[in-house]
Ligand binder design. Structure first.
Ligand SMILES: *[C@@H]1O[C@H](CO)[C@@H](O)[C@H](O)[C@H]1NC(C)=O
Ligand SMILES: *[C@@H]1O[C@H](CO)[C@@H](O)[C@H](O)[C@H]1NC(C)=O
Ligand SMILES: *[C@@H]1O[C@H](CO)[C@@H](O)[C@H](O)[C@H]1NC(C)=O
Ligand SMILES: *[C@@H]1O[C@H](CO)[C@@H](O)[C@H](O)[C@H]1NC(C)=O
Length: 271
């Protein structure tokens, strides 16, 4: 923290030593490149955070860097509450601009309205500008083709959204999948209880004869069927299971107070 303060003071003292951005902008004057740009700003009075991301291309006729596609603006003002946590920068509430330019004289224009002058430090490792009480830093990098922004553009879900069958991702150390089906739920003593049937699938390329699943707060098991409670409180296979072959499944059931339980495997023993 102290170091950051010292660095900040150093930067502020050295503002007068900053120079024009000719050299910095010169590096991006190539019409065959796509220039990815990000801007992050903090409001000097209310501490709001304002961010922009977009791909630029150099127009060799007008000598300007122009937005290729759209510029996405996400702000900490636009926040939503998900799972009990404020999520700032809600992409649903993003602002999309089609006009963004950086002129060769270092002036930047957002949405035809806002103008600001870029300031570059001598070795170009810090480029900043001030606008509407925000202090912004800007960075750019040239690519042969436009990289994805990962900043509010449309995407396709790689997994189906959770329905009544929440599916937990396999733990990283073992490729063993657990698929839960919620059978019923009830309330008792102001607590909600959930009863699940779970299909375990062996996606490893080996068979295993034994498993130890950790009884932790993410699973929250209170009682189980087709699983044996071990002396240390974790759970394992009942005696009649000899081995689970690759791709084979095994079904068990349990009651938990967790709505979306997940499993941690402590160990397996190869058959
Ligand atoms: C401007 O860029 C285009 C490609 O986008 C190129 O064909 C043209 O020769 C360039 N003109 C100059 C003056 O560099
Ligand atoms: C830079 O150029 C733009 C476009 O020609 C102009 O609007 C702006 O005022 C210029 N900025 C400075 C600092 O001269
Ligand atoms: C600009 O974006 C379009 C698609 O929106 C893409 O086809 C094109 O290659 C991009 N320009 C550059 C210079 O990468
Ligand atoms: C009900 O909840 C209270 C406090 O949460 C606890 O003291 C009590 O033992 C619970 N009763 C039963 C039957 O679980």
């Amino acid at each position: 923290m102290k170091l950051i303060t010292i660095i900040l003071i150093f930067f502020l003292i050295n503002l007068s030593k900053s120079q024009s951005c000719d050299k910095f902008l010169e590096k991006f004057k190539d019409s065959n490149k796509c220039i990815q740009m990000s801007i992050a700003g903090s409001h000097i009075l209310n501490q709001a955070i304002d961010t922009y991301k977009g791909n630029l291309k150099y127009n060799n006729v007008t000598n300007t860097l122009e937005i290729n596609g759209t510029l996405t603006n996400l702000q900490s003002y636009e926040s939503i509450c998900i799972d009990g946590l404020y999520q700032p920068f809600s992409a649903m509430d993003s602002f999309i601009y089609k006009d963004f330019k950086i002129f060769s004289n270092g002036t930047l224009r957002i949405n035809n309205v806002f103008f600001a002058n870029l300031v570059c430090f001598p070795n170009d490792d810090f480029v900043y500008f001030k606008l509407n009480n925000f202090l912004y830093s800007l960075s750019m990098r040239a690519y042969s083709s436009c990289p994805i922004l990962y900043f509010g553009e449309a995407c396709i879900l790689s997994t189906p959204p959770p329905t009544t069958t929440p599916t937990t991702t396999p733990p990283s150390n073992y490729n063993i999948k657990f698929e839960n089906t919620l059978n019923s739920q009830w309330e008792k003593n102001n607590t909600l209880f959930y009863q699940f049937t779970t299909i375990l699938q062996n996606n490893e390329n080996y068979a295993f004869s034994s498993i130890e699943i950790v009884n932790d707060g993410k699973w929250g098991v209170l009682e189980a069927w087709n699983l044996n409670k071990l002396e240390n409180g974790n759970y394992g296979f009942p005696g009649y299971v000899s081995k689970i072959e690759p791709k084979e499944t095994f079904t068990f059931g349990f009651v938990s107070t967790i709505r979306n339980p997940s499993f941690t495997i402590k160990s397996v023993i190869k058959a």
